[in-house]
Design a protein around this ligand. Sequence first.
Ligand SMILES: Cc1ncc(COP(=O)(O)O)c(C=O)c1O
Length: 381
Amino acid sequence: MDAEDTLLMIPGPVKVAPRVLRAMSRPMISHRSAEFGKIYDDCRSLLQEFFQTQNEIVIMSGSGTCGMDAAVGGVIGKDGAILTISNGKFGDRFTEIGNRYGKAVPVSFDWGTPYDPERIEAAVFEGCRAVTMVHNETSVGMVNPAREIGKIARKSNSVFIVDGISSIGGNEFLTDEWGIDIAVTGSQKCLAVPPGLAIVSVSKKAESALVPNSGGFYTDLLAHLKSARKSPTQTPFTPAVPLFYALQEALHMAKEEGFDVRRARTTRLAESVRAAARALNIELFPVQSRYSQYSNTVTAMKIPQGITDDKLRGGMKKQGIVVSGGQEALKGKIFRIGTMGVCSEGDILRTIQTLELILTREGVIERPGAGVEAAGKVLLG
Ligand SMILES: Cc1ncc(COP(=O)(O)O)c(C=O)c1O
């Protein structure tokens, strides 16, 4: 296979549309110019729609983790405490970040196991400056209940911080309706931009809770907010200008499709992957309850009996299709298919078809076809 002709079906970075790639090759401009300010302003207003929020938006040059870092560091400063809810890798990351600045009090569930809101409510403590959660836990392919946890955070008057990195734009994500004070996404997920931008929405409540000069220096949210309000709009430090070109183009592309239409399309694509998995007797990984949903942006499945991770993903890679494996303890146990951004129906069908061929060759299924048929039915509606 031609290494450049690869179909990227991982949960980010995702395929980038040619018009977005072309936008990145425009000549460099001064980041202190009115021209850059216009791009930043345009992105900020489209992102408010994308996040479904009236809150301020800041864009930082850094990956999604940079936004998580800015949120936690900014709210808890050097000695504050934070409640971190986790049922996967990225929930655990909030705990690590919290402990780097102040103190994280984790409420942990097994990876892929739904939250128990009662346990969370009982764990909220006096002086808890913020509650963090991951909406779409990419490591396990499940969506956690942000609306319910938002209510708990509000009762304790904590700042509610939600990692929406692999969620916003793909799953329903109602920043204002769910009372999310700080929401974070990354450019390489549902926006279908190359990696390198962290986008953060900040409510008035969160802004007034930010501890001046005590979080990170580069990630100081107050400095980013101040610059974003300048005229022309600026970033406090030199931004990754070509990524802003790409972001603006990708936002317009998503807007042309319709943000709701894209979300609905992403949902249908994920439903088709789940239908194919069921038809092939491949078990979906996350445990279902009233407090969890299957993700629409990443489907996590158990590696079927009779094949190894290496053979499954290695075989697909040889055919030019890249899917993800499990992380940490789930390595070798699950595999994950992403459905974000500009992923198409054809991309899904080719992925399922190739998976079926490999499973047939390895003797896991008798013949190919059932998965594509089931996926096709969902896509046809
Ligand atoms: C839910 C979630 N949170 C955080 C991250 C970390 O983002 P980044 O790798 O862009 O720093 C990821 C990346 O996959 C993610 O999916």
